[in-house]
Design a protein around this ligand. Structure first.
Ligand SMILES: Nc1ncnc2c1ncn2[C@@H]1O[C@H](COP(=O)(O)OP(=O)(O)OP(=O)(O)O)[C@@H](O)[C@H]1O
Length: 227
């Protein structure tokens, strides 16, 4: 479902005399449907950079990133927007929302965008919010004033609302208590069971051991290692 081939990336530091920083070369990995692959490697090795390239926020210098039959390394912005709506989900560490939109709508929105019946979309959102222990009295409020852990759970609920065939998870259990961490791990297991291909960064070693089928150390993709 996700196939990365010979991927490279360098950053051009325009505010530092145009210095070019090669950060990745010869990167390759695959994630099959129903599989969860964890990215490892020390801080600065390139885990987030690789995830942002798969999400389409960072442009690849070379190589391919297939998600289904779309090569994100060469795709048009409108193709990437469509892929994100229908096929590829992303649970980042931080919630970014339009102010004043109620939490229930924030979570239901990915389904509403796909044309799901509004009542069914809100019912799915309510189910996820309840499972993630967001009190019902908060559902009509904007999550902008919620605590860090509450915002992360709203973000997770939104990320799991539509059953995407491919999912990117950036530290989905960071800053969660034991009860909610367990809920999130169960959601990940359910997504795998329905066939989602998941690529994730998990600093929580026990979580990683539980949900990841394989680990890929991105240190092997640093330009010196690949040379
Ligand atoms: N926007 C950017 N501009 C310039 N350099 C960047 C940019 N983003 C990342 N880098 C560089 O790319 C390298 C990889 O960074 P990245 O954030 O992907 O590492 P990481 O493995 O996710 O680290 P951590 O575990 O600390 O989050 C680092 O040397 C970093 O300085």
């Amino acid at each position: 479902m996700i196939r990365i081939e010979n991927l490279s990336k360098s950053f051009t530091l325009h505010n530092q005399g145009g210095a070019v920083l090669p950060v990745m070369a010869g990167a390759g990995l695959t994630v099959a449907p129903g599989e969860c692959v964890g990215l490892t490697g020390q801080s600065g090795a390139g885990k987030s950079t690789l995830m942002r390239m798969v999400w389409g926020n960072y442009l690849a210098a070379g190589g391919h990133i297939w998600v289904g039959d779309l090569d994100i390394a060469r795709a048009e912005p409108r193709q990437i927007i469509r892929l994100r709506r229908e096929t590829l989900g992303y649970v980042s560490q931080f919630l970014r929302v339009v102010p004043r939109v109620p939490t229930i709508e924030v979570v239901a929105e990915p389904l509403l965008q796909l044309g799901t019946d509004p009542a069914a979309a809100r019912a799915r959102a309510a189910d996820l919010l309840a499972r993630l222990n967001i009190p019902e009295r908060l559902w009509a409020l904007s999550p902008t004033t919620f605590s860090g852990g509450e915002q992360q759970r709203v973000n997770i609920a939104r990320g799991f609302a539509h059953p995407c065939p491919a999912l990117l998870l950036d530290e989905p259990t960071a800053s969660l208590d034991a009860v909610n961490r367990e809920v999130v791990l169960t959601l990940i297991e359910e997504a795998k069971a329905r066939g989602a291909a998941i690529l994730g960064i998990f600093h929580d070693e026990a979580a990683r051991a539980r949900v990841c089928d394989r680990l890929v150390d991105v240190t092997g993709f640093t330009p010196q290692a690949a040379a």
